[in-house]
Design a protein around this ligand. Structure first.
Ligand code: XLS
Ligand code: CA
Ligand code: CA
Length: 438
């Protein structure tokens, strides 16, 4: 397979099995292999994050671009955007990945006016549509970048300035249109600057009411145009704002409930955001899943020693195993998928490093899927958990959960009984079981 941008990778990455020593081959991800009732690619629905993989330059707060990308060379911004889109589809095909995700401003540059920005977006969407048709690659989700432009410094949907909020709303309308046009299966709202730095200048209640109105308008518009993608909210506790309104899964679910939005949204859970919130990845997945609201996943990892959003590729087999246990137990992610919201380190400068990074992440989740599936098929954990709660299936337990008994009846019953017997939670035994599968 030829191509202009990733010349060191000539043929699509193939599955060679776990004994292969070829760094540009999958060791576990074998897309057509059946695992339970579905193939690996149906289970995993991997996606490339356009902003990191195509737009990332390796720059950070202390230094400029360390990646010199062939597709960034054109001087005209629209030419650059077109080259980047060509490079994107070359990468998707060579990697053998089926989905991608973008922000409006990743794929098309802002113009001098809002109208020009919308026109730029429409032009690039046409190109993306053609390339999707040619390659079969699909859009997992689209979103609007409501955090880079300085006008959003004090928030977008929560800006104290009505004109800024209106601008953000118009941008979302166009980003939903773009997503719809490309057959996007989801649309994500990550509250980039929806939070605050100090209460000295902030009406917290008003800002939450405003963002709720903002989301209701989006729901109305979705209905009006018949966009059948799933709306997702992506929680994150901090960065860029000090206090973000969508702190974690539980906070976001209660916000959606309070403002009558719960029926219209699911959550997109990011691993790195979970750890920033002081949770594990699987905790956030479990909270969302328990509410029937786990819609999609941003598959990455943070660095617990650094404590910011490092967006690294997933390499931890325990994380991917626990994640896949939750995903399999809820019968998959539906329209959602596993989006690699992750970037190679600043010193991984070669375009081929993008392949190594994604191959690693895909293999790690494929392995997690195989292990989680075996654990579930053997009922290695579920049997223990069911038994642990078994006392609620009959007797006093059944009376409590069915509401047949209240505090007085319980009081009477407890007085007739000997003291309860403490039973072991067997954590170490269960950890050993997990390790025996890994
Ligand atoms: C930033 C977020 C962002 C969202 C999409 O931390 O992860 O990239 O996924 O706006
Ligand atoms: Ca993310
Ligand atoms: Ca992130």
């Amino acid at each position: 397979m030829s191509g202009r941008f990733f010349t060191k990778v000539q043929s699509p990455i193939s599955f060679e099995g776990k004994n292969s020593k070829n760094p540009l081959a999958f060791k576990y991800f074998n897309k057509d292999q059946r695992v339970g009732s579905k193939t690996m690619s149906e289970h995993l629905r991997f996606s490339v994050a356009y902003w990191h993989t195509l737009m990332g330059t390796g720059s950070d707060m202390f230094g400029s671009a360390s990646f010199k990308r062939e597709w960034h060379k054109a001087t005209d911004p629209m030419d650059r955007a077109k080259e980047t889109m060509e490079a994107a589809f070359e990468f998707f095909q060579k990697l053998g990945i089926e989905y991608y995700c973008f922000h409006d401003r990743d794929i098309a540059p802002e113009g001098d006016t809002f109208t020009e920005s919308c026109k730029n977006l429409e032009t690039i969407v046409e190109l993306a549509k053609t390339l999707q048709k040619q390659t079969g690659v699909k859009l997992l989700w689209g979103t609007a970048n409501l955090f880079s432009n300085p006008m959003y410094a004090q928030g977008a949907g929560t800006s104290p300035n009505a004109h800024v909020m209106a601008h953000a709303a118009a941008q979302v309308k166009n980003a939903i249109d773009a997503t719809n046009e490309l057959g996007g299966e989801n649309y994500v709202f990550w509250g980039g600057r929806e939070g605050y730095e100090t209460l000295l200048n902030t009406d917290l209640k008003k800002e939450q009411e405003h963002i709720a109105r903002f989301l209701h308008m989006a729901v109305d518009y979705k209905r009006k145009i018949g966009f059948d993608g799933q709306f997702l909210i992506e929680p994150k506790p901090a960065e860029p704002s000090k206090h973000q309104y969508d702190f974690d899964a539980a906070t976001t679910l209660s916000f959606l409930t309070e403002y009558d939005l719960l029926d219209h949204f699911k959550l997109n859970i990011e691993a790195n955001h979970a750890t920033l919130a002081g949770h594990t990845f699987e905790h956030e997945l479990a909270v969302a899943s328990a509410a029937g609201k786990l819609g999609s996943v941003d598959a990455n990892r943070g660095d617990l020693l650094l404590g910011w959003d490092t967006d690294q590729f997933p390499t931890n087999i325990y994380d991917t195993t626990f994640a896949m246990l939750i995903i399999l137990n809820q019968q998959g992610l539906g329209k959602g998928g596993l989006n690699f919201d992750a970037k190679p380190r600043r010193s991984s400068t070669d375009p081929t490093d993008l392949f190594h990074a994604h191959i690693g992440g895909m293999d790690m989740f494929a392995r997690g899927l195989l292990i989680a599936n075996a654990i579930i098929e053997d009922k290695a954990l579920s049997g223990f958990i069911a038994e642990r709660y078994g006392s609620f299936n009959s007797g006093i337990g059944a009376q409590i959960v069915s509401g047949q008994i209240g505090l007085e009846g319980i009081d009477e019953w407890v007085r007739t009984q000997p003291a309860p017997v403490l039973q072991s939670g067997r954590q170490e035994m269960l950890e050993n079981i997990i390790n025996s599968y890994i």
